[in-house]
Design a protein around this ligand. Structure first.
Ligand SMILES: Cc1cc2nc3c(=O)[nH]c(=O)nc-3n(C[C@H](O)[C@H](O)[C@H](O)COP(=O)(O)OP(=O)(O)OC[C@H]3O[C@@H](n4cnc5c(N)ncnc54)[C@H](O)[C@@H]3O)c2cc1C
Length: 522
């Protein structure tokens, strides 16, 4: 069932068992899990079925620190959420991403990769990712041209990435949700406040508004905030009438630890002889990136990261020649290249190279950002049209982030040299070991991570291992805001997996008698 909340009488009361706020990747995944169950699910979406600039404007916010994209354009504010323009590029987090790493402050999830794997498998169906298999060997069997570089995997390994078509949630899941008898989807229903009971230990209702001037109240037994990484924190912070610092924020953690994936063109790979490296190129279903081994991360005390390979002529419109290499870098000369070429001849890497291959590749990184409490979302003094303080983002990178990128390429260079495949040349901004500054073209991947981090301890996290806000019995958060660390993989596959895990958790709680019946609630 679908209702446009602008059409309701003002001050309507909406009631159900579960209230999911936000119809994007996380919220829609959760709602779909409850299709045709005995529970009444309310799905609140701030926008309509199409882009509406007046709603999108609610996302505008201030930005300081490391240069970032305008907040208004980093997320889409209508049904389907940011899957309306995501790229669909997915991979899983590595086992090390979940562990406590002594060299990365405040690292460690309360759950392991093994806990998430069954949900990754289910998430594949939601995102149309095909069979769940991330081993390079599997993809080689599918396509003989998919040959990973024979690098020492104690240094560098081949991390497989998958491509969603990309699935547009607003298109794919609209009909099943609108037609389901037990799902009540409200569009133009923007959450503006969250009301708790007297002891602030349970949520009783949320308040929604729209620019038609209507305000409605929504009551449910349990509430899930699924409005994306910056917005989840903003809404908790803005709910500060009963808890002066905002809900779930007694330890001043909501909004802190904002993380992105640092995306940066950082180096060049020059092969000893031209190679197509098909498995590394954009293919319809899978490709690999060079990833730093867990052992190297530990040995050098650095973060996780991967590097993609794009033929230089495609990346920069340059036709690479040996002369260009020698001219750019006087330390290199033809002899080096021919010597390496000779070493490579006859080895198994010859299979990788075709006569019509590429000589040089641009290496671009996707680097994990270290958890940093000063990198954060706060409330601005300016309010949006519906009266909610706007988000203010202060994105802050650290020397460890920079050192990790530099080391990633040094290790890749070492592995390439040892295998006789080629050489890596760092871009200027990485050459000086003492330079912690960032070039102007430093970017993120439009990934909003960490602002409601998960922990087993309320002093170090906003949500527990089930994504429930500490201290509030019936308030949950879905999305990448719950990740304590970001790993190197893009976030959406993992957040869909965690939304499925949260759905299962709620089903278990409901079977055990939760939540208390609505009757008698104020
Ligand atoms: C250009 C671009 C490319 C990307 N490419 C990739 C990629 O290749 N791979 C990858 O993994 N990720 C990618 N991402 C990130 C991906 O889009 C997000 O990780 C994902 O959409 C987040 O899902 P979500 O449900 O948390 O948030 P969203 O999908 O943004 O959904 C949040 C929903 O909440 C609604 N909402 C917000 N506030 C309120 C409110 N107050 N009341 C009611 N509803 C509200 C919004 O309207 C929206 O529908 C990309 C992002 C961008 C911008």
């Amino acid at each position: 069932m679908h209702t446009d909340a602008r059409e309701l009488d003002d001050d309507s009361l909406i009631e159900g068992d579960i209230c999911i706020v936000g119809a994007g990747a996380a919220g829609i995944t959760m709602a779909m899990e409850w299709l045709n169950t005995s529970r009444k699910v309310i799905l609140l979406e701030g926008g309509g079925f199409d882009y509406d600039d007046r709603v999108q404007e609610l996302y505008r916010g201030a930005s300081t620190g490391q240069h970032y994209f305008p907040l208004k354009s980093t997320r889409l504010h209508y049904f389907g959420g940011t899957t309306g323009h995501w790229g669909g590029f997915c991979s899983i987090l590595d086992p090390i991403d979940f562990t406590r790493r002594t060299w990365v402050n405040e690292s460690g999830w309360p759950i392991t990769q093994q806990d998430v794997i069954p949900f990754y498998q289910r998430a594949h169906a939601y995102l149309d990712l095909g069979p769940y298999d991330y081993s390079a060997a599997y993809w080689q069997r599918q396509n003989p041209a998919f040959v990973p570089l024979p690098l020492d995997d104690a240094l560098v390994w081949s991390k497989v990435w998958r491509f969603s078509p990309p699935t547009r949630y607003g298109t794919k899941y609209r009909a099943p949700l609108v037609n389901a008898g037990n799902i009540a989807l409200y569009t133009y229903a923007n959450l503006v406040d969250i009301i708790a009971d007297e002891s602030v230990s349970a949520i009783t209702e949320v308040v929604v508004k729209n620019y038609a001037g209507k305000t409605h109240r929504v009551r449910a037994g349990c509430f899930v905030l699924a409005c994306s990484g910056i917005q989840n924190a903003r809404l908790l912070l803005a709910a500060n009438r009963q808890a002066s610092r905002g809900l779930g924020n007694s330890h001043d953690l909501v909004g802190r630890y904002f993380m992105e994936h640092i995306e940066l063109k950082s180096a060049e790979l020059w092969l000893t002889r031209p190679g197509a490296l098909t498995f590394y190129q954009l293919n319809p279903v899978a490709r690999v990136e060079l990833a730093l081994s867990a052992g190297q991360q530990e040995e050098h005390g650095i973060l996780n990261g991967t590097a993609s390979l794009t033929p230089l002529e495609r990346a920069r419109g340059i036709k690479p020649t040996i002369e260009a290499w020698s001219k750019d870098d006087p330390r290199q000369n033809r002899d080096d290249l021919h010597e390496n070429h000779a070493k490579a001849a006859g080895s198994r890497i010859a299979r990788l190279f075709r006569s019509k291959g590429h000589r040089a590749f641009e290496l671009a990184t996707r680097m994990e950002q270290a958890p940093n409490p000063s990198s954060r979302v706060t409330l601005d003094t300016e309010k949006d049209e519906l009266g909610v303080p706007r988000a203010a983002l202060h994105w802050q990178l650290s020397p460890l982030d920079k050192r990790s990128i530099r080391k990633l390429y040094q290790v890749i260079g070492q592995a390439m040299g040892a295998a006789g495949i080629g050489r890596v040349r760092l871009m200027d901004f990485l050459r000086d070991e003492n330079d912690d500054s960032w070039p102007s073209f430093t970017g993120g991947g439009w990934h909003h991570i960490g602002t409601t981090r998960m922990s087993d301890n309320p002093a170090t996290g906003v949500v527990d291992r089930d994504c429930r806000v500490f201290g509030i019995d019936n308030l949950y958060v879905a999305g990448s805001s719950c990740y304590p660390t970001a790993g190197a993989a893009n976030p959406t596959l993992t957040l869909v997996a965690l939304a499925l895990r949260l759905s299962d958790h709620l089903k278990d709680r409901f079977s055990a008698g939760f939540p208390p019946i609505l009757k008698g609630r104020p």
